[in-house]
Design a binder for this molecule. Sequence first.
Ligand SMILES: [Cu+2]
Length: 122
Amino acid sequence: MYKKNLFIGVIVVALSLVLVACGSGAGSAPTGVHLTLKAQDIKFDLKEIKAKVNQPVNITFISEGTIEHTFVVVDLGVKETVLPGQKKVITFTPNKTGTFKFVCDVLGHTESGMVGQLIVEP
Ligand SMILES: [Cu+2]
C-alpha cells in the first residue's frame, strides 16, 4: 500500500515538472515588438522605437491627422502610407543591427519634425 502511494506520488511530481517546462517554454518564445505609433499634424508620438534583430516588429500605425502620412525606413526597405483617420498594421523584420532613421516622407514633413530613430539591437 505504501509502495503504491509512493509510485503515484512520483508520477504526479513528474507530470507537474512536464507542465512547468511547457509553460516556461511558451513564455520565452521570441515574439518581437508590438507597439502603436500615432501620426499627427505634424509629428509622430514616438521618437524612438527599439527592436531586436531578426525578430518581427509589429506596428499599429494610426493617423490622427487630417492629412496623409507615411512611415518610411529607407535602410530597411519599409514604406507604408496611412490616410487621415485610418490605421494600418505594419510588420517587418529587421535583418541588421544599428540605428536607423524613420520618417514621414510626405513633402516637408521630415523637415517639420516627423522623424525618429529605430534602434535594432542584437
Ligand atoms: Cu507626415
